[in-house]
Every structure is written in C-alpha cells, then in structure tokens.
Design a protein around this ligand. Structure first.
Ligand code: GLA
Length: 389
C-alpha cells in the first residue's frame, strides 16, 4: 500500500487504519426488529492509509476499484453522487461526522484496500464507513464515543445510500473484540461479549460466489413487512417492535396479521430473536451442540418463513449439514447470496471442505470459496508495519 500511495498521491507522512468485516453467528434480520444479534469481527477487513492535506480537497483511491481512479471532491460539496460509486460511503461519513464539536477543516488523500470479498455479505461497506470514521477521529484530533460513530455509520446507509439496514454491522465492526462474539440487544443497545472459546472447532466461512443482486430492494421490502405486522398487532398489543414478543405471545396474537406472507416474516423475527438469546445461554453452558442446532433452525426459518436464502445458500448449508463433524451451519448477513458459516470439528475440516466444495460445484456449476474465520479486534489505528500488501 505504501508504494501505491506514493505512486498515486506522492510521498507523504501517512497513518494506517483498519476496520474488520463481520460474520453473524445467529440473530438474522432481527436488528431492525428490536431484537438480539450475535455477530463477531473477522480478521479480514478494510485498510485506509491516509495523509492530511492543507486545502479542502478529498482524494480517495481504492485498490479494489482501480478502474474508478482517484475520486475527488471538496469538503464544501458533500452531496451523494452516483458517479462517485464506492466513495459515497466515506463521503457520507465525512458529511455526517462534521459538526461544530467535530471540525473537519482540511482534506485528505486516502488509499483504501479491502480483503473482504465484495458483495459477500461480510459487511465490506460498513467496514469502509467505520475505518473512515476512525481515521477522521484521529487525523482531526477529536474523540467520538464509539457507539455514536456506529450510529453515524448506520445513518450513512439509511439516509445517504438509501438502504434501511439495522445497526448490527456497524456495531460489530466498531466494537468487535478478538476471540469474542457480541450479544447486542438492538432495542436498548446493551451488549455483552461472549468468549468464543472454540478449542476443537473452527468457524468456516463459505462464500456462494453469488453476488447479492437486488438485495437492497428486497431487504427494504422485508423491513416493510415487519413494520406492517407490528402495526396490525398494535390493534391489541402495545408493542413497538417484534423483538418484544415471546413465541407464545406471537402465537396468541398472530391472527391479527392479515396476510400469510407478512405473518411468516413476523414469525421469523420473533422466533429468531428468542433463538439468539437461547444460543448465548447454550454457549455459556458450553453446549456447543445445542448452539449448532439453533443455527440450523435459524437457517430453516430464513429459508421457509423469511425467504432470503436462495438456492446457492441452501445448497451450501444443506451440503454442510450432511458432513461429519458439523455442529451447525446457516447463512449469515442479509442473504440473497453472499456467505454462509459452519462450525466444524477441527479434525474434520479438510474432508468438510472437499465434500461441500464438490457437492456445491456439481449442483451450481461453479465453485464456492472457503475461509477459516479468525475472530479479531474491531476498528482501530494500526502500526505502519501492520500493512498487509
Ligand atoms: C445486513 C444489514 C444488517 C442486518 C442483516 C440481517 O447485514 O446491514 O443491519 O439487518 O443484513 O441480519
């Protein structure tokens, strides 16, 4: 990166920042329903090598989108611009972070490099947002409470990019911790770290290599269905979110939801939230088998009731379920393509990769990609020699 920076921007004094991607162990499509999620940050992520300028110019270059060249804009002109493509994420962060207490009065030259596969549902966009936030905080010499930064990242997605996503991705990336998952209550933003002490198991990320096409509009549709369910339940219940319901509560009042599809969407949100809380209990009790069963049930619910899996994710997860040494497997993230995860006994991993890889290729006609997930720390400044390319 140092060499590329020099070539693009000239030799300057730079600082290096990093924000990881995330997997979600369980608790899918529950964040915007006031439920629980249980994500963890991986060691893949986005690096930003940055130098301050003296004028108001911001110059951004990504090694992942070299064909887009240097994208430039002024600190005085921070509107969304389609032509600015990926650079709208950092631009949105600058726009919403800037305030009287948080002055951003000189521009920057920034080189980005990410090793999270794009479109894989491992939150590459949230990782660009948060690495930009951490960079601005350090270069501009103010401090921002990390949860506030996380909320600003979500605002960029919601208001700048137009995706009504919840807070899980930015929260995980901003607050992630090596060796731990974060159980987050998205209603109150209370959270706790739960050690993922997997001594004899590995978490495997399985990439369908299908990009998440049309995912934004379908995502927004799911969210609307859940809002409608809450509205109809409010005829007899005083709830604000589906996350407030137990399974029994839902079964008693589900007749208030008129349309069968909307009822199934709501059912997923309620049951998935409860499964997430139970999964943490299982983990704390050392019952990893039980944790795995809850992961499997999560996938079935996302396939049958929430309908966000698709044939690629189903093919991977169903192949994973057939293998020896698999404790649990499910899609992770928004769905509609992207990645799944599996917890696999370490001594069975080689067979697992071979069998699942072969089955997937036979069914889909192209390969899946596999990674072992190491759970690393959240967003932070790095030493210059921690650069990886
Ligand atoms: C995406 C969104 C998150 C969350 C997941 C589904 O990753 O960005 O807020 O809703 O989908 O759990």
């Amino acid at each position: 990166m140092n060499e590329t920076f020099g070539r693009i921007f000239g030799e300057k004094e730079t600082r290096l920042f990093f924000a990881p991607g995330r997997i979600n162990l369980i608790g899918e499509h529950t964040d915007y329903n006031g439920g629980h999620v249980f994500p963890a940050t991986i060691t893949y992520g986005t690096y930003a090598l940055a130098a301050k300028r003296e004028d108001h110019q911001v110059n951004l270059y990504s090694m992942n989108f070299e064909e887009k060249g240097v994208i430039s804009f002024s600190l005085d002109e921070l509107a969304f611009d389609e032509a600015h493509d990926w650079a709208n994420y950092p631009k949105g962060m600058i726009r919403y972070l800037q305030s009287d207490e948080r002055k951003i009065d000189t521009g920057f030259d920034v080189l980005y490099f990410g090793n999270i596969p794009n479109g894989a549902g491992l939150s590459s966009s949230a990782s660009i947002e948060i690495v930009t936030g951490v960079m601005l905080e350090s270069l501009c010499n103010w401090e921002l409470d990390r949860v506030e930064m996380v909320k600003i990242g979500q605002k960029v997605e919601n208001e700048f990019m137009g995706v009504n996503s919840g807070i899980m991705d930015q929260f995980a990336i901003g607050k992630g911790k090596k060796g731990a998952g974060i159980l987050l209550d998205c209603n109150t933003l209370q959270y706790e770290y739960a050690p993922l002490e997997l001594e004899q198991e590995k978490v495997i990320i399985m990439n369908t290599n299908k990009r998440r096409e049309l995912s934004d509009s379908k995502y927004n549709e799911r969210r609307k269905a859940c809002d409608l369910a809450v509205e109809q339940l409010q005829q007899e219940l005083s709830i604000e979110t589906l996350g407030e319901l137990t399974e029994e509560g839902f079964e008693t009042y589900k007749h208030l939801i008129e349309c069968d599809t909307v009822r199934r969407r709501a059912k997923h949100a309620v049951y998935e939230n409860r499964r997430t809380v139970k999964a943490l209990e299982a983990l704390k009790a050392g019952e990893l088998d039980r944790f795995g069963e809850l992961m499997n049930a999560s996938h079935v619910s996302l396939r049958e009731d929430y309908e966000v899996t698709g044939k690629e994710l189903d093919a991977l997860v169903e192949a994973a379920w057939q293998q020896k040494g698999v404790l649990g497997a499910r899609m992770t993230g928004a769905g509609f393509g992207g990645c799944a995860i599996a917890i696999v006994k370490a001594d069975q991993v080689d067979d697992f990769l071979q069998q699942v890889g072969e089955t997937y290729e036979k069914e889909m006609g192209y390969e899946a990609t596999f990674y072992v997930a190491d759970i690393g720390d959240g967003a932070r400044e790095l030493q210059k020699d921690e650069v990886i390319v």
